[in-house]
Design a protein around this ligand. Structure first.
Ligand code: UDP
Length: 239
């Protein structure tokens, strides 16, 4: 699908956003670019855009079926999705089931400890500041989100966690943590952005092998092969 360059509204690290004829809909185009450490490390990962576009579309449909409103409308080409145009709420929600990443680093604990219940953390969405952690009170007082919006985001995140944990678990994969972004659409809070291994930690059950973007962040192997393996687990065929 060729998208008109003059309709491009925004270009992010892994995706581009285009206007459509409908004022309340956009096209999200998935690129093959991978970045880590806030854009300091960069690479092209063959077919990452195709894999993430299809995976996210597939998972967003499951999430919607479970009662969580989403911005996703439908996939329109291998790299493109039609989505509702939302106003992104600048508070990212991270759901954790197992200690890893920034939590392990911040508190000086080893990765791999299972948490007794899902832990929700909030981060202020700001590339300039490297997405600092923020608490709910601060987010509300500074006007980044309303209290009821954060409440909805937290409830939806736990529903998504239950669904994704079961989904990946059936495929022999442990869902360690993941990041969600939400938006405002016609007065309601909806799940936006993507659900992909770019924003999740997925560890192979039994071996603990990383099946997510940490392969790239930590130089653990070939990210394209890793994402192809994940694709095969989900869709039962090789890309
Ligand atoms: N994450 C993300 N975007 C970010 C920061 C984190 O998608 O800007 C995801 C990350 O892939 C992981 C989860 O959120 O699945 C928790 O990340 P963490 O806070 O541990 O940060 P990291 O160690 O990845 O910097």
């Amino acid at each position: 699908m060729t998208l008109p360059p003059d309709q491009k509204l925004y270009e992010g690290k892994a995706k581009q956003v285009y206007a459509t004829e409908a004022a309340d809909e956009i096209i999200i185009h998935y690129k093959d670019d991978a970045t880590a450490f806030n854009g300091v490390k960069k690479a092209q990962i063959a077919d990452k855009g195709v894999i993430n576009c299809k995976l996210s579309a597939f998972l967003m449909e499951k999430v919607a079926a479970a009662g969580v409103p989403t911005a996703f409308v439908r996939q329109v080409s291998p790299r493109d999705q039609l989505c509702k145009k939302v106003e992104i709420i600048p508070v990212e929600l991270v759901v954790r089931n197992v200690v890893a990443g920034s939590l392990a680093k911040r508190l000086g604990i080893a990765e791999g400890q299972r948490l007794s219940r899902p832990l929700l953390e909030h981060f202020y969405k700001s590339d300039a500041l490297n997405d600092p952690q923020i608490n709910e009170e601060c987010a509300v007082i500074l006007g980044y989100a309303r209290a009821w919006e954060l409440q909805a985001m937290r409830e939806y995140s736990l529903v998504v966690n239950d669904l994704l944990r079961a989904f990946w678990g059936d495929l022999g994969v442990d869902l360690v943590d993941f990041k969600l972004e939400f938006g405002r659409y016609k007065g309601a809070v909806v799940l936006a952005d993507e659900i992909t291994p770019d924003g999740s930690r997925l560890w192979e059950r039994g071996t603990g092998r990383h099946l997510d973007k940490d392969v790239f962040r930590r130089d653990l192997g070939d990210l394209s092969d890793t994402y192809r393996e994940l694709y095969q687990r989900v869709f039962g065929e090789r890309l």
